[in-house]
Design a protein around this ligand. Structure first.
Ligand code: SAH
Ligand code: SF4
Ligand code: F3S
Length: 433
């Protein structure tokens, strides 16, 4: 009989990938993934705290796990991830949930195997300490033909609404030899899509003793042999350079899909957010991308209801959204994050106001997304089949559009020319040529 584990992941792709590392460590210790119907021996909650609601969900789940632990007292529950890193959060978790086996911070997760073999009975807390990058973590990948590769950790930007720099620490870039070795191996192992991860990939390498730029990293990755596609996220608009766009345009491996969050269209709000660009500077970068990569697909993040946001500020956000014409827009209602400067700013916007603004923004984006989808009908794209589900192939075009087409499981991982035949409410259907 093997010991079993379950990992519950909240938050962004960084966490999804970190959970693969947690799984890697557990599998190295002989644990197997628990079946859905089974009560696992170890449960790890890999948490997010970017918004209050993310924390509420974790606490809700801990309530359910408490009951499960009452039925199965040997089960060890560990909380890790961003939520543990906020000031005093670990102690609060320990006090509120004394049944936890351990609380491990984002720099301490590699200690999991050692902490798990300790006797049960008290909550072990390990937070903070050495932030050096650990290159020796095993990874149990779970994302099919897509492989996530961290190129950097942490963030230096301190946008005034955001908790990430406080819980993830300062920017630390991985040495490029490690990144390139990882990608070479992944391609040899058959992965077809590599997604580079960092909170601000455009500042890759600036912290290394031997300075490197993101653009030159992309060139070196593109020179690796094999047929595969490379994506990245997230790109901070203030740091995106023409040479990076050139590196994408000149590569046969780089996806033409770029995620570049604007957050707001109002210069006054952008300044208060500490984003370090104006709406027109952002638009100039978008124009540069579209000039160099005419078929670029764009996505972004947009927030409504940041403190003091007026109807006029929101109108600027609507205008920017209309001008950019994003393929996808991730919309957020500003949520107060204690510990960040914006949480104590005057002029918090009433929730009813925030809700009606996000509704209008979502409606606008729906119209834009649908119009863009309609424009792609009749066009042919290079599509990577990423998944086979419900008897259909699902693929992604080189500019990031999802397409459904007929085919079998064995097409997953292959590239095809697909002609778009139909747009149903922004969902694209196509035919393999
Ligand atoms: N590093 C990325 C963003 C990471 S957080 C970047 O700079 O673009 C992902 C998204 O969560 C952000 O883009 C922002 O739109 C949203 N977000 C962060 N803090 C938030 C808060 N307090 N309230 C609402 N949305 C927030
Ligand atoms: Fe947060 Fe800003 Fe850093 Fe993104 S760039 S993680 S929004 S502080
Ligand atoms: Fe990601 Fe949430 Fe942490 S968005 S970096 S998991 S706070």
């Amino acid at each position: 009989m093997h010991n079993t584990y379950r990992i519950i992941t909240y938050g962004c792709q960084m966490n999804v990938h970190e959970s693969e590392k947690i799984a890697g460590m557990l599998e190295e210790q002989g644990y197997c993934l628990a079946a859905e119907t089974e009560t696992p021996d170890v449960v790890v909650l890999n948490t997010c705290c970017v918004r209050e609601s993310a924390e509420t969900r974790v606490l809700g789940n801990l309530g359910i796990l408490k009951k499960a632990k009452e039925q199965h007292p040997a089960m060890k529950i560990v909380v890790c991830g961003c939520m543990t890193q906020a000031d005093g959060a670990a102690q609060r978790l320990q006090a509120r949930c004394p049944f936890l086996h351990a609380v491990l911070g984002t720099h301490n997760i590699y200690r999991l195997p050692e902490v798990l073999v300790r006797p049960a009975g008290k909550t072990y807390i390990e937070i903070g300490g050495d932030t050096a990058i650990r290159e020796d973590m095993p990874i149990a990948r779970t994302s099919g033909i897509n492989a996530w590769v961290n190129i950097m950790y942490g963030c230096n930007n301190f946008c005034t609404y955001c908790i990430v720099p406080y819980v993830r620490g300062r920017e630390r870039s991985r040495e490029r030899k490690h990144i390139l070795n990882d990608i070479r191996r992944l391609v040899q192992d058959g992965y077809k899509q590599i997604t580079l991860l960092g909170q601000n990939v455009n500042s890759y390498g600036t912290d290394l003793t031997e300075k490197h730029s993101f653009a030159s990293l992309l060139q070196e990755i593109s020179a690796i042999d094999g047929k595969f596609r490379v994506k990245f996220m997230t790109s901070h608009p203030k740091d995106i350079l023409p040479e990076t766009i050139d590196a994408i345009a000149q590569s046969d491996k780089m996806s033409h899909f770029i995620h570049m969050p604007a957050q707001s269209g109002s210069d006054r709000i952008l300044q208060s957010m500490h984003r370090h660009y104006t709406a027109s500077e952002y638009l100039r970068k978008i124009d540069m991308i579209r000039n160099k990569i005419p078929d670029a697909g764009l996505s972004g993040d947009m927030m409504v209801g940041f403190p003091t946001e007026t109807e006029a500020d929101f109108a600027d956000t609507m205008q920017l959204t209309e001008r950019v014409r994003y393929n996808n827009l991730y919309t957020f209602i500003y949520s107060k994050r204690s510990g960040t400067p914006a949480a104590v700013m005057d002029g918090q916007v009433p929730i009813a106001e925030k809700k009606q603004r996000i509704r209008r923004l979502i409606d606008l984006q729906f119209t834009i997304g649908n119009a863009l989808a309609a424009e792609s009908v009749g066009k042919t794209y290079t599509v990577l089949c990423t998944e086979y589900k419900n008897g259909k192939c699902i693929g992604e075009t080189n500019c990031g559009k999802a397409v459904v087409f007929a085919g079998e499981q064995n097409l997953v991982g292959q590239f095809f020319s697909v002609k778009i035949t139909q747009n149903k409410n922004s969902k694209l259907y196509g035919e393999r040529l």
